[in-house]
Design a protein around this ligand. Structure first.
Ligand SMILES: Nc1ncnc2c1ncn2[C@@H]1O[C@H](COP(=O)(O)OP(=O)(O)OP(=O)(O)O)[C@@H](O)[C@H]1O
Ligand SMILES: [Mg+2]
Length: 212
């Protein structure tokens, strides 16, 4: 079994907070690790992300969005993720292909069959071995994300979507989670950071210990 662990969930659900805490812990334990994120895990992906998240691109059509995320993923998988897995590292990835089903499939309403074809092609059929889904009400996540973005003086196109969009994305994630119970761990993202952190580490260490 390889070691691709993905962190998924709606805006502000705590993915980046938890991936940082998990990586600090695993590095302390001297577990060979590669930590990355989508779509910005490569230089090319960061540039693509600049187009995707630009709040002035509110007229971007859903199909363009799909191809851009998958273009970033194609580069990321080939340039970074596969080499890290081949080197025996555990890879922690902040969002991966489930996000495409949740956002462009459930959120934007694009065909899931078409997404599957493009997603599988861009990710070389690479599947996460373990996916942590951080779940919370869309209003709570959005509030957190907007507060964070205001304090960083940034904003992004997805944060500006209406609550119905974010609810569809949340339901989409829960739907995928239910359909693949072996791979997913559903985490309540509403408690304090340290409570969630314990649960995250328990799932990751359980996975790593079984993998040995
Ligand atoms: N359990 C928590 N309780 C309260 N606030 C939290 C919690 N976890 C994270 N936060 C705060 O909420 C904000 C969003 O968290 P974070 O950036 O980790 O979310 P994210 O899932 O990575 O969001 P995005 O999808 O927008 O990248 C941050 O300001 C973070 O400090
Ligand atoms: Mg984040």
């Amino acid at each position: 079994m390889q070691g691709l662990i993905t962190f998924e969930g709606i805006e502000g659900s705590g993915k980046s907070t938890q991936i940082k805490l998990a990586s600090d812990y695993l590095l302390q334990k001297k577990i060979p690790l590669f930590v990355t994120s989508e779509p910005s895990g490569t230089d090319i992906g960061r540039k693509i992300g600049g187009i995707l998240f630009d709040p002035y691109h509110d007229y971007m059509c859903a199909e363009t969005e799909l191809f851009l995320f998958c273009a970033a993923r194609a580069q990321h998988v080939r340039e970074k993720i596969i080499p890290a897995l081949n080197a025996g590292k555990v890879v922690l990835c902040d969002r991966f292909y489930d996000a495409t089903y949740a956002y462009q499939g459930f959120g934007r309403g694009l065909s899931r069959d078409i997404i599957k074809t493009i997603n599988d092609y861009s990710s070389l059929n690479l599947k996460p071995d373990l996916t942590l889904l951080f779940d919370l009400p869309a209003e709570t996540g959005l509030k957190r994300a907007i507060l964070r973005n205001n304090s960083l003086n940034t904003s992004d196109r997805f944060e500006k979507e209406n609550i119905a969009f974010h609810n569809r994305v949340r339901e989409g994630y829960l739907n995928i989670c239910k359909s693949e119970p072996g791979r997913f761990r559903l985490i309540d993202a509403t408690p304090d950071v340290d409570i969630i952190q314990k649960e995250v580490l328990a799932h990751i260490m359980d996975f790593i210990n079984k993998r040995k």
